[in-house]
Design a protein around this ligand. Structure first.
Ligand code: GNR
Ligand code: NI
Length: 180
């Protein structure tokens, strides 16, 4: 297994729509495992392939808390086949938007269809935190970050702050996993 570099916004690679996986093969499974290791190391409760520079429709999730037993989920080509009318606000964070936490309103419950790590089609009903994380990760596959659900004012303030940090890091010669 290997730790991967997590891309921080703003970065064009976070804004691209990811391509479908043709078949979940050994290389896909290796990527899923590396993504999980990277997510646990961060630590985070979800990670999407575009966040590690891979423009493919792959996400990994583990909503279990620190003292709960691990419950990793690996999904390729996830699709929301049903979403509740009922919505719910939840405070979100993102490994690509470090130290920003904002409330986002999304459907409270969803049904998601995906390919698992054995290339089998599965469906999962989710609510609570799991439903939030699945929707957050699926947004990454469309090039959408949680700030895109906020007002332009809030979004611009957050992106400005992150741009300043990047400029400072480049000036001071700190190596970052980001080009230009
Ligand atoms: O670690 C994460 N925590 C989190 C909290 C609330 C809603 C969504 C998330 S996902 C985030 C990791 C991440 O950036 N995944 O893309
Ligand atoms: Ni994220």
């Amino acid at each position: 297994m290997a730790l991967l570099d997590i891309i921080v916004a703003p970065d064009p690679r976070l804004k691209k729509k990811a391509a479908a996986v043709e078949r979940v093969d050994a290389a896909t499974r290796k990527l899923m495992d590396d993504m999980l290791e990277t997510m646990y190391d961060a630590p985070g409760v979800g990670l999407a392939a575009p966040q590690v520079g891979v423009s493919r429709r792959i996400i990994v999730i583990d909503p279990a808390g620190e003292d709960e037993k691990p419950a990793p989920l690996k999904m390729a080509n996830p699709e929301i086949v049903w979403a509740s009318e009922e919505t719910k606000p939840h405070e979100e964070g993102c490994l690509s938007l470090p130290e920003e936490y904002q409330e986002v309103i999304r459907p409270a419950s969803i049904k998601v269809r995906y390919l698992d790590e054995h290339n089998e089609i599965r469906t999962l009903d989710a609510d609570g935190l799991l439903a939030v994380i699945i929707q957050h990760e699926m947004d990454h596959l469309e090039g959408t970050l949680f700030v895109d659900h906020l007002s332009a004012l809030k979004r611009n303030m957050i992106i400005k702050r992150l741009t300043k940090i990047k400029k400072f890091e480049q000036k001071s010669g700190k190596r970052t996993p980001v080009e230009a």
